[in-house]
Design a protein around this ligand. Sequence first.
Ligand SMILES: *[C@@H]1O[C@H](CO)[C@@H](O)[C@H](O)[C@H]1NC(C)=O
Length: 143
Amino acid sequence: MDHHLQRSHAFLPFIFFLLLRTIPRPSNGEVGTAAQYSPPFLPTACYGQDPDQFPSSNLFAAAGDGIWDNGAACGRQYLVKCISAEDQETCVPDQVIQVRIVDFALTTVSSPTYDGTTMVLSDTAFETIANFTADSINIEFQR
Ligand SMILES: *[C@@H]1O[C@H](CO)[C@@H](O)[C@H](O)[C@H]1NC(C)=O
């Protein structure tokens, strides 16, 4: 009996170790999808013809239905990372960009390469995190 108790105590550190390994690390990021779009970008649903709406980095995006928030999404900044795609090796590993929402994906002047994505990235933004030949990618994003 005594002997048995000692044995189970000896296993406790091992059980904690297993728990720590299996608990997912906390992350505020959400998972979604992204397509890309190219010029012409003006006018946008957020700021019309104003040419100053685009960040000088040209890293911007159109919000899909899910994050458009009735237009409240305009001006919001998102961190975006490519996590996977249909073709392997599409994503640029560990590359995170910050994009500014300037448009609504359903009314962009030029058509997105894929419909119904969480957001549509400017061609420059898309190329920074993925092989530009892809039409859509899976992303992790965080406001
Ligand atoms: C991008 O994807 C295309 C088509 O799959 C492939 O031919 C090309 O080698 C890729 N480019 C890079 C830099 O991985």
